[in-house]
Design a protein around this ligand. Structure first.
Ligand code: FAD
Length: 405
């Protein structure tokens, strides 16, 4: 079958590889001028790794396992509130990975032949017909589109002009992210993503000599203002950190955001301010957090399936956004294996039936986790008191339930 994948983020690339490997004629459309993933580190959970396994993509990713044996929550000075022993969950489900986003993207896209990728091609809309879907680009691909290695694309690509079809395909995978234009077209009554009143900063830096992140394993929370901080080693020589704080009004730029964070966290564990201070603003990313709080009625419309953040953008609190996109990619690949063009809509409905309940559960669980860590005042005091009484084994079991495939 001819399949267009729209959006070459982590989810779109994984789906394109899976579908290509099972014999479909795939074209991956990306609006950016080049294929790459910006940002800092990313955690891939055991369930995400399992999905990558089924796509034959996990081997090189697994080299980046987290060597932490503990997770959980601490107070702002690093004192434990609830520390989970990860060993039991890891021995059953495997170990999470923390990896540079750019490196992860490079690994995932490596098996995809360049001739199947069309960058600088923003897809404006789809025109579904009874037996196919026409893919309409914003700009004439001849002027802005570059096939990655400069060679012509597949010969049945019907390149015409601005606003006219650039491809006619049997199925479309819309992996165009949280702001998905295709989702808005397919589900015009859906309100789209909403801000949740939080802002995340992420930073990456060379590991300062002698700094051991292990004593801060887990996340630090401050019940005075609901702020949160996490720190991970990225390989042997770098660190990845993130903060989550309340956002009132428009998000500041990286320099101002770093200044605000240093002021807010001045009396936290000294490692917190040390790593934020040592990170140049150019290595800091500021994200106002949004999520698809209203679930979509379906991830599928006829011959079109939504995947990843386009379908179920969630707050990053459980580190599951990309892992859920990988589960989507694996499920789509499985359901479309051997499908003929007359079977597409039926097969995609199976994808929807499998994926929507699971991803919806993650969206809700991530939001609950966000509310838990961002509490302030008496509720936060109560939270901290309760967390101290929760047996570590129970917390590990809850974590394992999320990792289960
Ligand atoms: C602060 C923060 C921290 C996070 N940490 C983690 C973590 O540790 N672990 C984890 O699993 N998840 C994490 N996530 C979530 C994770 O980053 C996302 O869930 C994941 O990257 C989504 O991938 P995607 O492919 O669905 O979408 P995206 O990565 O958004 O990719 C969409 C792609 O589509 C392209 N595109 C958009 N519109 C068009 C168009 N019209 N035509 C063509 N191309 C188009 C875009 O340019 C982009 O390349 C975090 C998110 C945030 C904000």
């Amino acid at each position: 079958m001819r399949i267009a994948v729209v959006g070459a983020g982590l989810g779109g690339v994984a789906a394109a590889v899976g579908l290509h490997r099972t014999g479909h004629e795939v074209t991956l459309f990306e609006r950016a001028a080049e294929l790459r993933e910006a940002g800092t580190g990313i955690v891939v959970m055991p369930n995400g790794l399992h999905a990558l396994d089924t796509l034959g993509l996990a081997e090189d990713v697994r080299g980046h396992v987290i060597r932490a044996t503990r997770a959980g929550l601490r107070d702002r000075r690093g004192r434990p509130l609830l520390i989970t022993d990860l060993n039991a969950a890891q021995s059953v489900f495997g170990t999470p990975v923390i990896i540079d986003r750019a490196e992860l993207h490079r690994i995932l896209r490596a098996p995809l032949p360049d001739a199947l990728v069309r960058t600088a091609t923003p897809i404006e809309r789809l025109e579904p017909a009874p037996t196919s879907v026409r893919v309409i680009a914003n700009d004439p691909p001849a002027a802005t589109g570059v096939i990655a290695d400069g060679t012509p694309g597949p010969t049945d690509m019907n390149v015409i002009a601005n606003g006219t079809p650039i491809a006619t395909v049997d199925a479309v995978i819309a992996a165009d992210g949280i702001g998905s234009a295709l989702r808005a077209q397919l589900f015009p009554d859906h309100p789209g993503p909403r801000r949740i009143g939080r802002m995340d900063l992420r930073g990456m830096l060379p590991r300062p000599a002698g700094l051991d992140p292990e004593p801060l394993a887990g996340q630090l929370v401050d019940r005075r203002n609901g702020a949160m901080f996490g720190l991970f080693p990225l390989g042997d020589d770098r660190l990845y950190w993130f903060t989550d704080t309340a956002l009132h009004g428009p998000p500041p730029g990286p320099e101002e955001a770093r200044r605000q964070m240093l002021s807010l966290m001045a009396d936290w564990h000294p490692t917190v301010t040390a790593v934020i201070e040592a990170t140049p603003p150019t290595a800091i990313y500021v994200d106002p957090i949004g999520a698809l709080l209203d679930p979509l009625p379906s991830y599928v419309s006829g011959r079109v399936a939504l995947l990843g953040d386009a379908a179920h953008a969630m707050s990053p609190d459980l580190g599951q956004g990309a892992s859920q996109a990988f589960e989507d990619a694996a499920a789509l690949t499985r359901h479309l294996t051997g499908a003929t063009t007359t079977e597409v809509a039926q097969r995609l409905l199976r994808y929807d039936a499998e994926r929507r309940p699971r991803a919806g559960t993650m969206v809700r669980a991530a939001l609950r986790q966000s509310r838990l860590t961002s509490q302030t005042g008496p509720t936060a005091w109560l939270r901290d008191a309760l967390l101290r009484t929760v047996p570590s084994r129970l917390a590990a079991r809850q974590l394992a339930a999320l990792w289960q495939v």
